[in-house]
Write a protein that binds this ligand. Structure first.
Ligand code: SUG
Length: 447
């Protein structure tokens, strides 16, 4: 396979209704900040600044659009009627939980949009994407349909790309996308070992916080992507990690190229997992960078989001770079651990860059949650819709668009305001002319 393939991060642009509604049981930050005043404009600018920072470091970067929120077409399907503004006012009068779900800007966490398998791993030589059903949380399940449209716009060439619909949204097939999927490889374009981490099998008998990924869903995605069973690994996340607030695997582990960076207590049977990765790795020697619980407890891993970092290889670099949240730098347990790790001679991860994504962090979304990784060969990159790749001109347009349309603050009491509907629709309509989305991308444009 092509040695020139490149992993491209596609970040979700933070939506105009970014707010703290406490919608995600088991996500401690979401619960803690429930009811706080959010700052949508800062949130979107922080996300854009992270994308630009990675570009400045020499990496390719893409962007994915927010979804239509408030989600008026969904509310109409529940029987609310009248003008769009009236629909929005009426749902708040009788169904506040549903109203909050309809306002969530959670599509920003693109790591949950889909699971991606590069063409080098798939038996038919195509790049496969499976939209995640996100069925555990009502506000997140609403994302699947629009994500499908986005990925079909981004990856339009059926001869090269397969975009699979979300699995049937049921408890047994619960799927949260790339947040529970890792890939290890000698170089991005070579075939790799795909690692699926699930929290339970079937409906399970778990007490505790919800396990959002089932083994059945992971197996189905691997089958659909035509992965080689000899290069595919399935492993269970430690239940204790979930109960301590690691609602996705990417809160306690992240992999890039030959390196797996993880917390000692992330997995149910760590030794079996590492042995299977070693046995299935062909053409490269896996490196396991484990952070012991004695140095960073699970609780500190969750509050600092150390493992919700991106790992990247900067052009020409011999070691990898950790793109970590500033919360990791400001935590007196994790900051020295990172400093020590990168200072070791011959360290696999030899550099750290801290990024500020505070508004997203306060809902449990760190740097790694905000991006969907897609490994593309040069031919695939050329076949993808070019308007989703960030350059300075697009970044300037997006920045101006955010500054024009986003509210500075959004308090819980502001959400029922019917002018929020007009405001968001006006902004999103304009966005469909900045990104290659077209005049029928959002449901409100089709009615
Ligand atoms: O699904 N938070 C998201 C955070 C997703 C983080 N993604 C990854 N780990 N990859 C979630 O729990 C909170 C919304 C609110 O409470 O308003 C929320 O949906």
């Amino acid at each position: 396979m092509s040695g020139d393939a490149e992993e491209i991060n596609f970040d979700g642009l933070v939506g105009l209704t970014h707010n703290y509604a406490g919608l995600s049981e088991g996500n401690l930050a979401s619960a803690r900040n429930s009811g706080s005043v959010s700052r949508p404009r800062d949130a979107a600018l922080q996300g854009l600044a992270k994308m630009q920072r990675l570009r400045a470091l020499g990496l390719a970067q893409g962007v994915l659009p927010p979804h239509e929120r408030p989600n008026i077409s969904w509310l109409r399907s529940l029987g609310f009627s009248g003008s769009d503004g009236e629909v929005w006012s009426r749902v708040w009068e009788s169904e506040q939980f549903i109203a909050r779900a309809a306002a969530a800007a959670s599509a920003m966490w693109a790591a949950n949009a889909a699971t991606i398998s590069p063409s080098a791993d798939c038996a038919d030589g195509k790049l496969h994407a499976s939209v995640a059903n996100l069925q555990t949380m009502l506000h997140r399940q609403l994302e699947a349909e629009q994500t499908q449209r986005t990925l079909e716009r981004l990856l339009p060439d059926a001869a090269r790309f397969v975009v699979h619909e979300a699995l049937l949204p049921h408890d047994v097939l619960s799927d949260e996308g790339a947040a529970n999927h890792m890939r290890m490889t000698g170089s991005p374009g070579a075939s790799g070992v795909e690692i699926f981490i699930y929290g339970r099998r079937s409906t399970g008998d778990r007490k505790g916080f919800p396990a959002r990924q089932t083994e059945e869903a992971s197996q189905a995605v691997a089958r659909r992507h035509k992965l080689d069973p000899g290069r595919t690994v399935f492993a269970k996340q430690a239940s204790r990690a979930i109960d301590m607030g690691a609602f996705h695997n990417d809160v306690v582990a992240v992999a890039h190229e030959h390196v797996l960076f993880y917390h000692e207590e992330a997995f149910d049977d760590k030794d079996a997992l590492l042995a299977e990765i070693r046995a299935k790795a062909a053409g490269f020697e896996p490196v396991f960078v484990e952070i012991p619980a004695a140095q960073v407890s699970l609780q500190e891993a969750v509050s600092s989001y150390l493992f919700n970092s991106q790992i990247v290889r900067l052009p020409g670099a011999t070691s990898l770079t950790l793109i970590a949240p500033t919360e990791t730098r400001d935590n007196n347990k994790t900051a020295p651990v990172v400093a020590e790790m990168i200072a070791k001679p011959g360290a696999a991860i030899g550099k750290v860059e801290y990024v500020e994504v505070r508004e997203s962090m306060r809902n449990g979304g760190g740097p790694a949650c905000l991006r969907l990784r897609i490994v593309m060969t040069p031919a695939e990159r050329a076949a993808a819709a070019q308007g989703f790749f960030l350059d300075d001109a697009l970044a300037a347009k997006l920045e101006a668009w955010i500054k024009t349309h986003y509210r500075e603050e959004l308090a819980p009491a502001d959400l029922p305001d019917p002018s929020l509907v007009t405001e968001t629709q006006t902004a999103l309509d304009e966005l469909t002319r900045i990104l290659p989305l077209g005049g029928d991308f959002y449901p409100f444009q089709r009615t």
